[in-house]
Design a protein around this ligand. Sequence first.
Ligand code: NAI
Ligand code: MG
Length: 338
Amino acid sequence: SLIPATLIPGDGIGPEIVGATIEILDAIQAPFKWDRQLAGMAGVDASGDPLPQSTIESIHKTGLVLKGPLTTPVGKGYRSINVTLRREFGLYANVRPTKTLIKGGRFDNIDIVVVRENLEGFYAAMENHIPVDNDLKAIATCAGYTSRKECRRIVKFAFDYAVQNNRKKVTLVHKANILKELCGLFLEEGRKVAKEYEGKIACEERIVDACSMELVIKPETYDVIVTTNLFGDILSDLTSGLTGGLGLAPGANIGEKAAMFEAVHGSAPDIAGKNCANPIAVLRAATLMLKHVKRDDLAKRIDKAIHKVVVEDKIRTRDLGGNVTTKEITAALKQAVA
Ligand code: NAI
Ligand code: MG
């Protein structure tokens, strides 16, 4: 029996790479019954709404989403649709795994999972301006907040993830030396949670700036990282860059009522419609979705196909130093999963 799921092709390169992913999912008869919905600029173009009600209703019904990247127009009064979706569905954990695929780079043994708090911190976006004289925007302000409950929940999620996925260590990444309250609460709760896993999962602490330095010098020493929203956003792009870039990096947004799977990257307007985007980040997001519905067997088949095509056959898009098109790599992947 098929599992109902919402499909949002997205903006920019979204339709190309999501289309490619669906072709591959179809080739292995992935058990999803797609409900296609619009969001982002595609929603604005169709109905003037970047997040149409029918899209929200669909996600409430299915609780499961595969999503292409969405363009958020800057300075046009739109709130980020991604932030809105995460809040609407309480998608509190953003899980971003990064693993070495192509060896022979600077590092060959990277296997890091960044667990990012997805609802609070500075991305709660309580931003404002204070006028001085005639300048209405003379001073800009941003008030971040975090709750004990959410700090506890995200760190616990990371430790449970570590247990379930045979991981050894969780690193709490923070800036509690400066942001004594905002990050202090995260660290305080993090330490309490870590105690509950003593003897099972090791725990380390790093200040975010030192962590960034270590991540580019000895990334092999990292396992699971759990951190607040803004730091997680930045560090997960960094870790993706250690292993081949954004074209390979998937993410899962997990909540109690819904789960949404997407690439870490955005809509890449610079290469949209040029048939050169790498579909693997979204394809890998689909494998996370398959694992989420307990179809690890199918996820494994896709992972193997990616390895065959990209590593063994060296069929690579431009972002990975190759010259094949989106369509060509999609055809190769389809053949490899069959
Ligand atoms: P971006 O991630 O779209 O692009 C950054 C660079 O990476 C570009 O040079 C792009 O060509 C390249 N790139 C990204 N994905 C690629 C792929 N699959 N294959 C090959 N190259 C790829 O970031 P940017 O340009 O800062 O943002 C563009 C738009 O995307 C903005 O409107 C932003 O708000 C939105 N965005 C949406 C996200 C989402 O829906 N989850 C996440 C991040 C950004
Ligand atoms: Mg980001």
